[in-house]
Design a protein. Structure first.
Length: 155
């Protein structure tokens, strides 16, 4: 089984469980770091914030689910954690949650001669996100975004 197929199966296995726990899957990272294989599952609660204790509990439960189905045939390290303040924005709901806030977007291809935008989220749909850059609207297809994060003002 190839890597992407395995990731899809893992997401499918844990999706219902997370939904029943009122927890949202933000991202799933499956990769080698040196000799070790890591499965990192980023989770959050829609109303915002998940505790360390909740992550530890989910880690134990997800470990049991994966062990029972035995789809990962090699030794791996499972980590379940919160994405933190700088969580990646990927889906329409991610962008809607941060509507009115400043974000930085990196794109696969140029729009108006640029591959990086910084602006305020105005709206989002299943296909695109609308941001305001320097007082002007810019529509960016979700499929063109390689990375998006909220800009956190530390002042």
């Amino acid at each position: 089984m190839d890597r992407q197929e395995l990731i899809t199966q893992i997401k499918s296995l844990i999706a219902d469980y997370l939904k029943n726990q009122a927890v949202e899957l933000v991202d799933l990272i499956y990769r080698y770091e040196g000799q070790d294989l890591f499965l990192r599952i980023l989770v959050d609660k829609p109303e915002g914030g998940i505790t360390l204790d909740e992550c530890a509990y989910l880690n134990n439960q997800i470990s049991s689910i994966l062990d029972e189905k035995d789809i990962i045939q090699t030794r791996y390290i499972l980590e379940v954690f919160s994405p933190g303040l700088d969580r990646p924005l990927v889906t329409k709901n991610d962008f809607l949650r941060y509507r009115g806030r400043d974000v930085r977007l990196f794109l696969k291809s140029e729009i108006n001669g640029k591959r990086e935008f910084q602006g305020k989220i105005k709206s989002a749909s299943d296909r695109s996100v609308d941001i305001e850059v320097g007082g002007r609207p810019v529509k960016i297809p979700l499929s063109d975004i390689t990375k998006a994060k909220q800009i956190i003002d530390t002042v």
